[in-house]
Unconditional design. Structure first.
Lengths: 113, 121
């Protein structure tokens, strides 16, 4: 199985500052035939379903603010929130859909400092 | 608009069975794969299972393989997960989620609100 490891487990960032979350996969999730990374990022708030933010590692879902961006390829990925807002407090998960069983990272909790 | 509504959760004893339903509206379920994802109390998200757009393929997490069975009823636009031999570690909120497009491998763009399953003696 592909193991997804996120870092850090939690971080506290001041409003308006940058938040960076890393995700490392135990195997490459880059599909060479289409040059796509099979990696998504979700935002999860208590009492709500997860929300898709980023897919194919760097494509922003429609309606997601442009302060959210994804980067990386192969085994190393990053989610960046360029200017943290109060409504961004949540747990963020990376998720690989390259090979079943599809797997999530353990989550990164983002809080306001 | 696209909507997924889970039902069927409850409190059951270890070793028993439960069937969860995921009713879809606002789109045709047979054009998308459908996943189940769960979150145990105080834990992160865990992918559970997926059925392909046409129901011809199903895949499972190792933790539920052989005990859970995912299926779909196209006429009712509904997907089910039959959960047998339930264990205390299956206690979780279960979400169904739609995959984008018809390909099995893809992001999950719409999620239900979840249904809670508690396995306890």
């Amino acid at each position: 199985d592909i193991v997804m490891t996120q870092s850090p487990d939690s971080l506290a960032v001041s409003l308006g500052e940058r938040a960076t979350i890393n995700c490392k996969s135990s195997q490459s999730v880059l599909f060479n035939s289409n040059n796509k990374n099979y990696l998504t990022w979700y935002q999860h708030k208590p009492g709500q379903p997860p929300k898709l933010l980023i897919y194919w590692a760097s494509t922003r879902e429609s309606g997601v603010p442009d302060r959210f961006s994804g980067s990386g390829s192969g085994t190393d990925f990053t989610l960046t929130i360029s200017s943290l807002q109060a409504e961004d407090v949540a747990v963020y998960y990376c998720h690989q859909y390259f090979r079943t069983p599809y797997t999530f990272g353990q989550g990164t909790r983002v809080e306001i400092k | 608009q696209v909507q997924l509504v889970e039902s069927g959760g409850g409190v059951v004893q270890p070793g028993s069975s439960l069937r969860l339903s995921c009713a879809a509206s606002g789109f045709t379920l047979s054009n998308h794969p459908l996943h189940w994802v769960r979150q145990a109390p105080g834990k992160g998200l865990e992918w559970v299972a997926v059925t392909s757009f046409d129901g011809s393929n199903q895949f499972y997490a190792d933790s539920v393989k052989g005990r859970f069975t995912i299926s779909r009823d196209t006429s009712k636009n509904t997907v089910f997960v039959q959960m047998d031999s339930l264990r205390t570690e299956d206690t979780a909120v279960y979400f169904c989620a739609r995959g984008i497009g018809v390909a099995l491998a893809g992001p999950l763009d719409h999620w239900g609100q979840g249904t809670r399953v508690t396995v306890s003696s």
